[in-house]
Design a binder for this molecule. Structure first.
Ligand code: DP6
Length: 349
C-alpha cells in the first residue's frame, strides 16, 4: 500500500466569487481574492492510499464512510488519474496507481457546527493528497485547476496567505487558476476573528444561489463587468503595500456588493440576518469612533461574520465586541498561531 497525507486550510474570500460561466468546469464570472488561514487554525487533514488489492474507491469523512459518487469528485479523480497515467506511460517502472482504487481519510479540526465553508479545504486537501501520492510534477497553480472543479473556492486553498483566483478567458478552463499574491508572513500582523452567528446549515447552497443570481440579477452584470475588475487590481495592490484601510474598505464593499446581488436575485436570497447587520453597523461605528479603519467585516453565503484586523488593534476591537454582544455564551474554540488567529464564538441572536 502507498500513502500520502496533506493538510489544507480554510480560505475566506475578501473579493467574492459569485457566479459561474461554466457550471460543469466551475469557471467563474469574476476573479476573486481570499486569505487562507494558517495550517494550525481551521484545516482539513487528508490521507490518500492506493493498493492493487483495494476493490473500490472509498472516502471516510470525519470517521464516517461517505459517497465519492458526486460528479465533482469523480471529475477530480479522473483528472488526477489521467495525469498519473501520463507519467506511467513515460516510465514503465512506475506502479500503475492510475488503475488502482483509492482509500481516502479526511478530517476537519474545526467543528462542522461553526458553519464555516468546509468544501474549500476539503476538496483542496483531497486533490493535493492524491497529487502527492501520484508524485505529480505539476505546479500548485496547475493542480488548483483540478481542485477548482471540485468546488470553485477550493482552488484558493492550495496556497497559503493572500491568494487570487484568476478567472481566465479560455472555454476549457485552462487559464482559470489560483496564484499567490503574497505569503502569510508578508502581512504577519493580520488577524481574523470569526463570529459564529448561527451554526445552522445555509438555506440556499452557494452553487444554486449563484445560478439564480447569474440568471436573474441585473445588478450582477454591473458587478462583474464594472465593479470587480477594478477592485481586483486595487485589492492586490493594497495587499502588496499592506495598506489596511484600503484593503478593509474594499473587503467590506465587496461583501456588501455580493449580498446586494443576492438580494437583487429573483426570488431574493437572504444570507445576512439581524445579528449580521448589527455586526456591520458595529464595525462601521468602531472605525468612526477611532477615526481610523481598524476592522473589516466580510460575510460568505451565511450570517457568520469574519472580521479582519491588525494585531495591534485587537483590544480596541474586542472591547466593542464584548460590549455589544453582552450575551456571549463563551468562547467556543480558539485557534492561535504566530501570524493569523481565528477565534470562533457563538452569539445569541
Ligand atoms: C460566497 O466555492 O462553495 O464563499 O464552486 O459551487 O462549490 P462552488 O461554490 P463555493 O462558493 C463560495 C462562495 C463564497 C465566496 C467565495 O468563497 O469566494
Amino acid at each position: 500500500m502507498y500513502i500520502a497525507s496533506t493538510t489544507a486550510p480554510v480560505n475566506i474570500a475578501t473579493l467574492k466569487y459569485w457566479g459561474k460561466r461554466d457550471k460543469t468546469l466551475n469557471l467563474p464570472t469574476n476573479s476573486s481574492i481570499s486569505v487562507t488561514l494558517s495550517q494550525e487554525d481551521l484545516r482539513t487533514l487528508t490521507s490518500a492510499a492506493t493498493s492493487e488489492t483495494f476493490s473500490e474507491d472509498q472516502l471516510w469523512l470525519n470517521g464516517k464512510l461517505e459517497s465519492l459518487a458526486s460528479e465533482r469528485t469523480q471529475m477530480c479523480l479522473a483528472d488526477l488519474r489521467q495525469l498519473r497515467a501520463e507519467l506511467e506511460s513515460q516510465d514503465d517502472s512506475l506502479p500503475k496507481f492510475s488503475q488502482w482504487k483509492l482509500h481516502i481519510v479526511s478530517e476537519n479540526n474545526f467543528p462542522t457546527a461553526a458553519g464555516l465553508a468546509s468544501s474549500a479545504a476539503g476538496f483542496s486537501a483531497l486533490v493535493v493528497a492524491i497529487a502527492k501520492l501520484y508524485k505529480l510534477p505539476q505546479s500548485m497553480s496547475e493542480i488548483s485547476k483540478i481542485a477548482r472543479k471540485g468546488s470553485g473556492s477550493a482552488c484558493r486553498s492550495l496556497f497559503g496567505g493572500y491568494v487570487a483566483w484568476e478567472m481566465g478567458v479560455e472555454e476549457d478552463g485552462s487559464d482559470s487558476k489560483a496564484v499567490e499574491v503574497a505569503p502569510l508572513e508578508h502581512w504577519d500582523n493580520m488577524k481574523a476573528v470569526i463570529l459564529v452567528v448561527s451554526a445552522d446549515k445555509k438555506d440556499t447552497p452557494s452553487t444554486s444561489g449563484m445560478q439564480t443570481t447569474v440568471h436573474t440579477s441585473d445588478l450582477f452584470q454591473w458587478r462583474i463587468k464594472e465593479v470587480v475588475p477594478t477592485r481586483f487590481e486595487e485589492m492586490k495592490k493594497s495587499i502588496v503595500e499592506k495598506n489596511f484601510p484600503v484593503f478593509a474598505d474594499l473587503t467590506m464593499k465587496d461583501s456588501n456588493s455580493f449580498h446586494a446581488t443576492c438580494l437583487d436575485s429573483f426570488p431574493p436570497i437572504f444570507y445576512l440576518n439581524d445579528t449580521s447587520k448589527k455586526i456591520i453597523k458595529l464595525v462601521h461605528a468602531i472605525n468612526e469612533f477611532y477615526k481610523e479603519t481598524i476592522a473589516a467585516y466580510t460575510f460568505d453565503a451565511g450570517p457568520n461574520a469574519v472580521i479582519y484586523y491588525e494585531s495591534q488593534n485587537e483590544s480596541k476591537l474586542f472591547a466593542f465586541l464584548y460590549k455589544l454582544f453582552g450575551k456571549v455564551s463563551g468562547w467556543e474554540s480558539k485557534y492561535t498561531t504566530e501570524s493569523l488567529t481565528a477565534f470562533t464564538t457563538e452569539f445569541e441572536t
